[in-house]
Design a protein around this ligand. Structure first.
Ligand SMILES: Cc1cc2nc3c(=O)[nH]c(=O)nc-3n(C[C@H](O)[C@H](O)[C@H](O)COP(=O)(O)OP(=O)(O)OC[C@H]3O[C@@H](n4cnc5c(N)ncnc54)[C@H](O)[C@@H]3O)c2cc1C
Length: 369
């Protein structure tokens, strides 16, 4: 094991691996430590939006066609109503098992010469030192990529954040032939279900709600169309739980330490943007490290999170008001171009100017539906 490095990344999930790859691309010596053993799994909807794929490509990470399924758009379903929109022309998303994505990113990092320490829990940081139990490694820069309950955030005194709207989520895979190449979002009264086809024989189902006690199987009757499709299907993985939240930190760096991914604040799972956001953060973070100063990271990080946070707020408003949810779907059915443009805005191919325009159309539609 090395005694010193340029960049030490704490956490080898998608954000930590992305940070390590981007820092290697800038020529730094990089060490990543993660307490778990790869490939690392996690409760996730397992969808990558088109902007996430673009960000992955900047990291030189290519997902082989055989390892993922194409996603061509998004479909909302609620109480017998459905509306869908395809991604802008030339754009596709991907659905990929979390463990597969982890393996592919690990291979890319290893191929670039990142030093990967698995089953290695970081126990503290102090100045330019990272502690792994009794061992210490010196690092010029320390990156906290240790997830939503980040300890690095606490150690670096970066815990101050905006109010958090916490939700609880569960995920499981079912052995059933996929029926769609859209990511499906089912709206129930107290929860949403997200469905992605991750292979030609399995779908990933995730459910999120404000109720910590509401487990996945229990929540399925709230989505009758989905429940019917899954009836009799064998579960292909164990149920995994996680929290989901919109949380913005006051600061994402201090001294020589910076945070990335869920450690640096989160956007609700409903946006399907957590992974893509962390890949984009990795690129700007590495550029800041190259410049020798983290000062620009704060503003760039905030800019990147703006669009997903805005979309999360819009979608969670629908969650709180089932009546508006229904009317929104009716507007989307009547005016499919509004849904298509909102989706284009969501994946970053349209300017916020269009949000104002479509916001007005949607607002008028809601009043008159
Ligand atoms: C239900 C749900 C569905 C979601 N669906 C999607 C989706 O479809 N698409 C999308 O883009 N995003 C989705 N997200 C968001 C996405 O899952 C997260 O944004 C993403 O996992 C963040 O990755 P990360 O690397 O920051 O954190 P994590 O994946 O949590 O990785 C953190 C890593 O740090 C390690 N670690 C922690 N502490 C230490 C320590 N002290 N020492 C060493 N290692 C440590 C852990 O072992 C872990 O491997 C979803 C989230 C939820 C909750």
């Amino acid at each position: 094991m090395v005694n010193s490095t340029d960049v030490f990344v704490i956490g080898g999930g998608p954000a930590g691996l992305a940070a390590a790859i981007a820092a290697r691309q800038q020529g730094f010596r990089v060490v990543v430590a993660d307490g778990a053993k790869p490939p690392i799994d996690k409760a996730c909807g397992e969808a990558l939006m088109p902007d996430a794929i673009t960000a992955l490509a900047r990291l030189g990470v290519a997902v082989p066609a055989a390892e993922a399924c194409l996603l061509r758009g998004v479909r909302f379903l609620s109480s017998g109503l459905s509306a869908e929109a395809v991604f802008p022309s030339g754009c596709c998303g991907l659905a990929i098992r979390r463990t597969t994505l982890h393996r592919i990113m690990t291979e890319r990092a290893a191929g670039l010469g990142v030093d990967l320490l698995w089953q290695s829990v970081v126990t503290g940081i102090s100045g330019e030192e990272v502690q792994l139990g009794k061992r210490a490694i010196r690092a010029r820069w320390i990156v906290g990529a240790d997830g939503v309950n980040s300890r690095v955030r606490r150690w670096a005194n970066l815990d101050a954040h905006s109010r958090t709207d916490l939700r609880y989520a569960y995920r499981r895979h079912y052995r059933v032939p996929p029926w769609t190449d859209r990511m499906e979002i089912y709206w129930g009264e107290r929860s949403q279900g997200y469905v992605t086809a991750v292979s030609d024989e399995q779908v990933c189902v995730a459910v999120a709600s404000h109720d910590a006690e509401l487990r996945l199987e229990e929540s399925l009757p709230a989505f009758p169309e989905l429940n019917a499709r899954l009836r009799g299907a064998e579960a292909a993985s164990a149920e995994r739980g996680s929290v989901s939240a919109n949380r913005r930190l006051k600061r994402v760096w201090r001294g020589n330490a910076a945070l990335i991914g869920d450690a640096s604040g989160t956007v609700d799972a409903i946006t399907v943007e957590g992974l893509g956001l962390s890949f984009s953060q990795a690129v700007v973070l590495a550029t800041c490290l190259r410049s020798g100063s983290l000062a620009g990271y704060q503003a760039a990080h905030r800019r990147l999170a703006l669009r997903p946070l805005l979309m999360a707020r819009l979608m969670l408003t629908l969650d709180n008001f089932p009546g508006i949810q229904q009317r929104t779907l009716q507007v989307f059915r009547k005016r499919p171009e509004v849904f298509r443009r909102l989706l284009a805005l969501h994946v970053g191919t349209l300017s916020p100017f269009h949000l104002a325009l479509d916001g007005l159309t949607l607002g008028w539609g809601l009043l008159t539906a």
